[in-house]
Design a protein around this ligand. Structure first.
Ligand code: PLP
Length: 452
C-alpha cells in the first residue's frame, strides 16, 4: 500500500478503508463475497500487461505462451468443476458473458441466407445489401426471461440494458399465492410467444429452479435454453444444486459471474454444449477485446479452490445459514417473499413495517448492516424505492459464521426495521433513534470480532 500511497494517497486510503469497512460491517449483499488471498494475488501482477486477443494457441499477438497456459489451466479447472463439455473464461464480467452467449445463440440459430450461401466468405466481403439483410435477421428475435420484479436480471432482455434493444422480450413471473415460479404459465407463454431463447436464472429469486422442466418447455417450442447462474454458481460447484436443479445438465448454454457465491475474482465465464463452442470462442472479437490474463489466472485459482472438498461444505453452509436467517426472521414476524429460501438469499418484504426498500436499506446501513433494496413481485414502489430488502449469506459464511449467528443477525435486522419510522410524505427519509443504530452497530461488531 505504501507504493500506491507514494503516487496517490487518496487511492491508498480508499483501499485501506475498504478493507476496514468490509471487516467491520455485516456484509449481507447476496452478490458479494471475500475472495481468498491466492485469488487476489493471482489478479495483481504482470499478466495484466499482456495483450492476447484470440483463443488458446491462436492469438493475434506474439509472445502469448504464458497467457495460453493461464487460460488453458482455467478452462481445465472450470470444465472439471462443473462437468461441462466446454468452457470459455475470457468474459470480463457477467454482462459480457451474457452478450457472448446471446451472439453465439443468434449465430447458431438465426437463418441468414447469405451466411448459408457464402459460408466460406468473410463478413467483410458481404455487399452492403447482404449485410443489411444479415442485420435485419439478427434483430427482432424473441427472448423469454424472468421478470425483473420476480428476480430476473437487466441483461435478460430489459429495456435499460442493451439486451432489451436486441430482443423482443416477454417475461415469466411467479405465482402470487406461493411467490414461486409458475411453470404452467411459463409453458403457456412460451407456446404462444415462441421465443428463440428461454433464459433461466436470476438475481433475487429465493428458491430453487427446476431446470429440467425449463428445458422440456424449451424443447417443446424449439427454443435454445440458456441459464445465467451468476448468483448461484457456487451452489452448483458445491453440488448443492444437483439433478433437475443443475443448469449444466439441462441448458444448451450457461453463463456465470465468478465473484459471487463462487468466490473468485470479478469476471464472467460461459459453459456450453460442444455444438456451440466455436460460436462462443468468437466472443473475442464479437463482444470482447483483449482478455484480462491476470483475471483469468485468478479464475483458475478460484475454480481450483472450488474443486476441493471443503468448498462443498462451504456451499452447503451458505444454504444452511440462509435458511437459519429466514427462520430467525419468520419467527420474529418478518414477511419473506415466497415464505422462505432454498438458496443463498432471502428477500424481505418491508411493506408491513410501513417502509420502502430505500428507507430500510439506509436504516440498516446506518446500523452497520450492509444489504441492498430490491423490487418484490408486483412491487407498488417500483424499481427505485422498492418494497424489498435482499440479503445473502455467501460472504458471512466465508468468514465462518454459522446458524446461531444468523439468529442474532435476524434479531438485529428486526430491531432496526421495527424501530425505523418513515418520514411523512417521503419514500426516502425516515427516523431511527441513534441509540438503536449505535447499539445494533456495536452488537454487529462484537459478533464479527469472533470471525476476523
Ligand atoms: N447476471 C446476473 C444474474 C447477475 O445477478 C449479475 C450481476 O448482478 C450479472 C449477470 C452481471 O454481472 P456483472 O456485474 O459482472 O456484469
Amino acid at each position: 500500500l505504501e507504493v500506491v500511497r507514494s503516487v496517490e494517497p487518496r487511492i491508498a486510503d480508499a483501499i485501506a478503508k475498504e478493507l476496514h469497512d468490509q471487516r467491520e460491517s455485516l456484509k449481507l449483499i447476496a452478490s458479494e463475497n471475500y475472495a481468498s488471498p491466492a485469488v487476489l494475488l493471482a489478479m495483481g501482477n504482470w499478466l495484466s500487461d499482456k495483450y492476447a486477443e484470440g483463443t488458446i494457441g491462436r492469438r493475434f499477438y506474439a509472445g502469448c505462451q504464458n497467457v495460453d497456459t493461464v487460460e488453458a489451466v482455467a478452462v481445465e479447472h472450470a470444465k472439471a468443476l462443473f462437468g461441462a463439455e466446454y468452457a470459455y473464461v475470457q468474459p470480463h464480467s457477467g454482462i459480457d458473458a451474457n452478450l457472448v452467449a446471446y451472439w453465439a445463440i443468434l449465430a447458431d440459430r438465426v437463418e441468414v441466407p447469405y451466411l448459408k450461401k457464402f459460408s466460406k466468405r468473410q463478413v467483410n466481403d458481404l455487399t452492403d445489401a447482404e449485410w443489411a439483410e444479415l442485420r435485419a435477421a439478427f434483430g427482432n428475435q424473441r427472448m423469454l426471461g424472468m421478470s425483473l420484479d420476480a428476480g430476473g436480471h437487466l441483461t435478460h432482455g430489459f429495456r435499460p440494458n442493451i439486451s432489451g434493444k436486441m430482443f423482443d422480450q416477454r417475461s415469466y413471473g411467479v405465482d402470487p399465492a406461493t411467490g414461486q415460479i409458475d411453470y404452467k404459465a411459463l409453458r403457456d407463454t412460451a407456446k404462444e410467444f415462441k421465443p428463440l431463447i428461454i433464459v433461466g436464472g436470476y438475481s433475487a429469486y429465493p428458491r430453487k429452479v427446476n431446470f429440467a422442466t425449463l428445458r422440456e418447455i424449451a424443447d417443446e417450442v424449439g427454443a435454445t435454453f440458456m441459464v445465467d447462474m451468476a448468483h448461484f454458481a457456487g451452489l452448483v460447484a458445491g453440488k448443492v444444486f444437483t439433478g433437475d436443479f443443475n443448469p449444466i445438465e439441462h441448458a444448451h448454454i450457461v453463463t456465470t459471474t465468478t465473484h459471487k457465491s463462487l468466490r473468485g475474482p470479478r469476471g464472467g465465464a460461459v459453459f456450453a454444449q460442444e455444438s456451440l463452442a466455436s460460436q462462443v470462442d468468437r466472443g473475442c472479437p464479437m463482444v470482447l477485446g483483449g482478455p484480462l490474463a491476470h483475471v483469468m489466472a485468478a479464475k483458475a485459482i478460484a475454480f481450483a479452490e472450488a474443486r476441493r472438498p471443503e468448498f462443498a461444505t462451504y456451499a452447503q453452509q451458505i444454504v444452511t445459514n440462509s435458511q437459519a436467517l429466514a427462520e430467525g426472521l419468520l419467527k420474529r414476524g418478518v414477511q419473506l417473499v415466497s415464505g422462505g429460501t432454498d438458496n443463498h438469499l432471502v428477500l424481505i418484504d418491508v411493506h408491513p413495517f410501513g417502509l420502502t426498500g430505500r428507507q430500510a436499506e439506509q436504516a440498516l446501513l446506518d446500523s452497520g448492516v450492509v444489504t441492498n433494496r430490491n423490487a418484490i413481485p408486483n412491487d407498488p414502489n417500483g424499481a427505485w424505492y422498492t418494497s424489498g430488502i435482499r440479503i445473502g449469506t455467501p460472504a458471512l459464511t466465508s468468514r465462518g459464521l454459522g446458524a446461531a449467528e444468523m439468529d442474532t443477525i435476524a434479531e438485529l435486522i428486526h430491531t432496526v426495521l421495527s424501530s425505523t419510522k418513515p418520514a411523512e410524505g417521503s419514500k426516502a427519509k425516515f427516523q431511527l433513534d441513534e441509540s438503536v443504530s449505535d447499539s445494533v452497530s456495536k452488537q454487529a461488531n462484537e459478533l464479527l470480532a469472533g470471525f476476523p
